[in-house]
Design a protein around this ligand. Sequence first.
Ligand code: SAH
Length: 468
Amino acid sequence: MLISITNTAEPATDLGFLLHKNPSNLHSADLSFGKAHVFYTDAEPHRCTACLLLELDPVQLVRGAQQLEDYVNDRPYVSSSFLTVAISRIFGTALSGICQKRPELVTQPLPLEISVAVLRARGDQDLLPQLFEPLGYRVASKTLPLDPHFPEWGDSRYVSLNLQAEVTVHDALSHLYVLLPVLDDHKHYYIGDAEVDKLLRHGEGWLSRHPRRQLIVQRYLRRKPDLMNAAFARLLDEESAAVEAGETSTEQSALAEKDLERPMTLHTQRLNQVAGRLKELGARSVLDLGCGEGKLLRRLLADHAIERIAGMDVSHRSLEIASARLRLDRMSERQRKRIQLFQGSLLYRDNRLAGFDAAALVEVIEHLDPPRLAALERVVFEFARPQHILITTPNREYNALFPTLPAGKFRHGDHRFEWTRAEFTTWAQATAARFAYQVRFEPVGPVDEQHGAPSQMALFTLPQAVSA
Ligand code: SAH
């Protein structure tokens, strides 16, 4: 089983950082069913190709064999659920959208070319474009002959696949993770509840809008009715939340903001970047201030290094949605102990906010009237005073690049301001100085040379945490 990923954006070897695999080395790992190897066939500034080769262990594979077909089959060659397990083991960090050494690369769409050597196209080759084109890929496939030495024997049931797109490595791996087993339509392991979580986690940001989502869910979950129902209910959840957003005018514009930013799934990038940073900072207790419907909380729950999570929002309705989405009522007792949701305001001193390692405010400050920021600053920086504070907010300069946004308008009807990079930097530096934090900045989303990135993040740290 072989797949390759090629990057042609200079310096192309950035791919090595993104995959966490140094292009100069061969990387091998033992899996329960065989051995996986990652190696590079090109590592030049203009072109870099990483290959993942998976060798199935034939002895493991036939354990429990009962008939000849158990011994002689296509499993060692065809890209299947074995390969997706390998992807999550070998490229797990990249699949989670984390790149510690070069975080700014994670959200950067790159001109990628992906080749899958052998794929079972289950008699329906049209499915390849149907699955990949809506995600922005150019799709080429070639039917493989049964035996190249005997062309008269005709074609096999297998194809090789070539995909090209401007995508982030994180998105490309997520697409492959979900769609390879869908194409193979077979799984080598037991399919249970965990599979629904995996599907929704890796399908986040694209599956609910995919025109073939019905088939993807069916095949991914091996047509198990209970699991399919659970998955559809959760996908519907995502949609109905968007529909509910039409109920009030400010929420209506939240929907519009989503549409505006949709081509980049910017919000997903933003949340992944914040979650990745919190992980790197080693935070064990995290406050999500203005947690909204709990998208960051979901990511934090998935990170087992985080022992204590609290989500606060002023909106009761948002908290209800968060609680339903996170399925707090159905959580195991152990999980339930890790997380707490409560209503509160960033404008009032609150003892519940003390004693956390880190706090995140993702796209929250711009919802407050500027004169009230001073109150927020004291609540967060003086009273809650965690080691790390991560704040993201839109970069107004980038609005020029949203074709449907009239000049001078904000992205969201409830935004009280949107700052340029200079304005945000000035505010953050003054705030850091006043409360004795250090601050650094990061772009969020693809960086435009002139206008910067769509969002911006400031990372505040108490100096003792730096020297510790
Ligand atoms: N952080 C979330 C939601 C961002 S929307 C996400 O990234 O998905 C802004 C959120 O801030 C809303 O949920 C809103 O209810 C909340 N909010 C606005 N003013 C607030 C205040 N004074 N105190 C706490 N939360 C507030």
